[in-house]
Design a protein around this ligand. Structure first.
Ligand SMILES: Nc1nc2c([nH]c(=O)n2[C@H]2C[C@H](O)[C@@H](COP(=O)(O)OP(=O)(O)OP(=O)(O)O)O2)c(=O)[nH]1
Length: 223
């Protein structure tokens, strides 16, 4: 299926799409800023390392480790640098997906190349930007889009393994649409447009206006 995401056309298998207002078109894009985001898993993807963002965009959310791609860097270089800066570790990262998003508060396109690693070296260390924590990947995060019931029923109490399950209610609102593809190593692409923040100046309070995520069989960001 060929789908127009406003800035690119992709040939993908539809996984999920939606709109707060049917018929809504993608918002107009003038500028693009490239970012990375890297998620580290244990050997069989039963655990994922997330960081609590302590400042800036997405402050208060749990996320993979990442940030802006500097001039002259490839996304893969930037992903490794950010992982080192924010969590103190290195990994054999592989490209996992591409996420395009806009927000009414900041209309430039955020183009995020998402990576995953199945190993790491070095000591996982809290940084000024991120507080790392291992989370258990629940079975529902392997089978499809994260159900809203699971988000509502999420418990802050660690299980017998000492871990809490992935806190989708404290992550970017679109992550629940593609996280299962990241876990399953199925390459994906998607776009999401966020609306005006409900709390002025607080990007984290912006509602989802329109989204589309699909599985692709294409190549990663660096070829
Ligand atoms: N999982 C997920 N991550 C997102 C979304 N939107 C979004 O910007 N991110 C990521 C991309 C980046 O990794 C991070 C924002 O980057 P940042 O706040 O660290 O960027 P920054 O300008 O501080 O850059 P830097 O100083 O770290 O280079 O949030 C989203 O919808 N889902």
């Amino acid at each position: 299926m060929l789908v127009n995401l406003g800035v690119v056309e992709v040939d993908a298998t539809e996984v999920t799409s939606g709109s707060a207002n049917s018929g809504l078109s993608w918002s107009h894009i003038d500028k693009t800023q490239l970012y990375t985001n890297g998620f580290i898993f244990n050997e069989n993807s039963t655990k994922v390392l997330l960081g609590l963002k302590k400042r800036g965009l997405g402050c208060g959310f749990y996320n993979g480790f990442g940030g802006k791609v500097n001039p002259g860097e490839t996304p893969a270089d930037a992903a490794l640098r950010e992982l080192q800066e924010e969590a103190g570790i290195s990994s054999n990262l592989a490209h996992a997906g591409t996420l395009l998003f806009t927000s009414a508060a900041d209309p430039k396109l955020h183009h995020i190349e998402i990576y995953r690693g199945d190993d790491w070296s070095g000591e996982i260390t809290e940084s000024e930007e991120m507080r790392p924590e291992w989370f258990r990947v629940p079975s529902y995060a392997r089978s499809g889009v994260i159900p809203t019931s699971a988000i509502k029923e999420w418990s802050d109490v660690p299980g017998e393994d000492g871990l809490r399950t992935v806190p989708f209610g404290q992550m970017w609102a679109d992550d629940r649409f593609w996280f299962h593809l990241l876990v399953a190593k199925r390459p994906f692409i998607g776009r999401v447009d966020f609306g005006e923040p409900l709390v002025k100046g607080d990007l984290n309070s912006a509602p989802l206006l329109k989204w589309w995520f699909g599985e692709v069989n294409g190549k990663g960001a660096d070829g």
